[in-house]
Design a protein around this ligand. Structure first.
Ligand code: MG
Length: 269
């Protein structure tokens, strides 16, 4: 059956495989990251209050998250926030156990809290993403997830989406295979190869600028930028970095309700 017959929008016709980023594309996991950071940072601020009282206030899961943490590797995010608040603790080492006495320990504390939240509470998938995955699967399009996060497996499992994917190239796999991170296309190319698809015949969905750039550099046939931020510049930035089209929600890749997928009397759709 044609892509249209499965409720997919015309732009999806000819797509033989699709690769999805995870956080922010399939699941609302950025919010959970922010909550776990707040728990870890606030514990640290209570244990080691900054001498400057103007800096002694709880972590703001919206403003502080965006300014200091979002999109950064975990260790860099922890250092950026704790240094900004002049919290009097050493940087520590990556082998530090979870705690509040070094920057690395706080990063490890956040990591454990994030994992526990995902396992206990689950993660909410975006409903529009679920609808698209369902339509693609019913059209027989093989799907892969590709994320540099080593939590991607737990996130997809918590969201009840893991079964949708033929393969997952996550942070652990990326490390094992020595793949360069986005904006290098290595993760996406590995995912497409596992689906047996040429990149030119495959689509990528991404919400990060580095991710759409990776899609473009990988030669993917369709690079979809997912704009969750809705700032004045996000859609433009996604396009400039390589998105062929930008959507607010992955359900935008479905045929609009009421649209007749059958050819009209003049033979045109
Ligand atoms: Mg993302």
């Amino acid at each position: 059956m044609s892509a249209a017959g499965h409720g997919l929008a015309p732009v999806m016709s000819g797509i033989a495989a699709m690769v999805f980023d995870v956080d922010g594309v399939l699941t609302d996991s950025a919010r959970v990251h922010a909550e776990a950071w707040k728990e870890a940072f606030d514990a640290c601020l209570r244990a080691h209050p900054p001498a400057d009282k103007a800096l002694d206030r709880p972590f703001d899961a919206a403003a502080d998250y965006l300014r200091h943490v979002d999109g950064k590797p975990r260790a860099d995010g922890a250092a950026a926030f704790l240094h900004a608040r002049r919290v009097p603790i050493p940087d520590g080492s990556p082998s530090d156990p979870p705690g509040t006495d070094s920057v690395a320990a706080v990063a490890a504390l956040k990591d454990g809290m994030f994992t526990r939240r995902v396992r206990q509470d689950g993660i909410e998938p975006f409903p529009g993403s679920v609808r698209l995955l369902k339509a693609l699967r019913s059209a027989g399009v093989p799907l892969a997830a590709a994320s540099s996060s080593h939590h991607a497996h737990d996130v997809l499992e918590g969201a009840g989406l893991l079964h949708c994917f033929v393969t997952l190239v996550d942070g652990d796999e990326s490390h094992r295979l020595g793949l360069a991170g986005k904006p290098d296309p290595a993760l996406f190319l590995e995912a497409a190869a596992r689906l047996g698809a040429e990149p030119a015949d495959a689509a990528v969905a991404e919400d990060a600028l580095a991710g759409v750039e990776a899609g473009r550099r990988g030669g993917f046939g369709l690079v979809v930028g997912v704009d969750r931020a809705h700032t004045t510049d996000t859609a433009r930035d996604l396009r400039e970095h390589g998105a062929d089209l930008v959507v607010d929600d992955l359900a935008d890749l479905l045929r609009a309700p009421g649209t007749d997928p059958a050819p009209g009397p003049d033979g045109k759709e």
